[in-house]
Write a protein that binds this ligand. Structure first.
Ligand code: DAH
Length: 347
């Protein structure tokens, strides 16, 4: 049996417990759990008080019930107010954590750009297209005939050793030079011919300045009365646009089976203006391409009358041009797609 003062004592101690526990709450979820401890209709501590009613004498029952109900009401109000407070606090914390500093500089978005080899290729195509050349796209898989034999380089010719070839079969290979395109063009076109042919070529060669796959651009002009002067005139126009107005060329005798005479073409050093520096190894000149007057035998191999027509041809490496232009000393840097390198190359 419980008397009222005992009940009041229990109610006060429950209230004290509620206040104390509430002080440790961190969020409204914890508050919900705490609320259950006291107000759950079966387990709740306040609801349990009602169970004592059976032992309460009849005349005290209404006062007993009233006291318990008041305590429940008090706790409901207490929890509601506390809940509001907690929610306000949670919201404040969220605002705090989601705060945006609109004075921060915006993150830079890097736009994509073309690979330096593509840029150089586009520039060369533009320059030569401006001189009336059209573009011929050759195939990367060639026959031995187009890559060598028709270019005056038969099976036992020592010049074959100049290029380490990837053979796919005795007949097929990965082209070692875009020169193979010359034959296709001359077989299916009559002079006047004026083409360039950019593309990938392949050689079993691998060091700081050579890669097993690299890019070349071939040039071929066939017409009546074509001479080395036409070659040098065209190349001068090209080097001035690529390396600067002051740049000139010089021709040195060389050897290629498909040209006679053959030349190596140097450009005047665009870094020191010809005085001699690290780039030109103190010589004032930088070698950029091979060229020459198309060998009569090559014209004849393609059914072109070599007494009536003559031509010039040249072949250059795009990686070499890009390395010179952008000051890159290892060809691998052009193939590794390292953004730290590519970012520094701006056109
Ligand atoms: N095909 C030669 C090479 O890969 C480059 C070359 C030299 C091409 C002279 C030509 C030329 O058209 O006339 O080394």
């Amino acid at each position: 049996m419980q008397d009222l003062s005992e009940l009041q004592r229990q109610i006060e101690s429950i209230k004290a417990e509620i206040r104390q526990n509430a002080g440790e709450l961190k969020n409204s979820k914890e508050l919900y759990e705490l609320k259950k401890n006291f107000l759950d209709s079966k387990q709740g501590k306040l609801s349990q008080l009602m169970k004592g009613m059976a032992q309460v004498p009849n005349e005290l029952k209404s006062q007993f019930g009233k006291a318990v109900n008041e305590a429940k009401q008090w706790s409901l109000t207490f929890f509601d107010e506390f809940d509001t407070k907690l929610k306000e606090q949670e919201l404040k914390l969220r605002y705090e954590s989601e705060k945006i500093d609109i004075t921060m500089p915006a993150e830079k978005i890097k736009p994509g750009k073309l690979h330096p080899i593509t840029t150089v290729r586009n520039q060369l195509v533009d320059i030569f297209a401006g001189m009336g050349f059209s573009v011929f796209e050759g195939a990367e898989i060639e026959t031995d005939f187009y890559n060598f034999t028709a270019l005056n380089t038969p099976q036992d010719h020592p010049a074959r050793d100049m290029q380490d070839t990837f053979y796919l079969s005795p007949e097929f290979l990965l082209r070692t030079q875009t020169s193979a395109g010359q034959i296709h063009v001359m077989e299916s076109n009559k002079p006047p011919i004026k083409i360039i042919s950019p593309g990938k070529v392949f050689r079993s060669d691998d060091d700081a300045t050579h890669s097993p796959m690299f890019s070349q651009m071939e040039g071929l002009v066939v017409d009546e009365g074509i001479t080395l002067c036409d070659l040098q005139g065209s190349l001068n126009m090209f080097v001035k646009q690529i390396f600067g107005e002051e740049t000139t060329t010089r021709l040195r005798p060389s050897y290629f089976p498909f040209t006679e005479p053959s030349v190596e073409v140097d450009v005047s050093c665009f870094q020191c203006g010809g005085k001699g520096c690290k780039l030109c190894k103190g010589t004032g000149w930088i070698e950029v391409l091979g060229a020459g007057i198309v060998n009569k035998k090559v014209l004849e191999n393609c059914g072109i009358d070599s007494d009536k027509y003559s031509g010039f041809a040249f072949g250059l490496g795009l990686e070499r041009i890009a390395m010179l232009k952008y000051g890159i000393n290892n060809i691998k840097m052009l193939f590794e797609s390292d953004l730290r390198v590519l970012d520094q190359i701006d056109e």
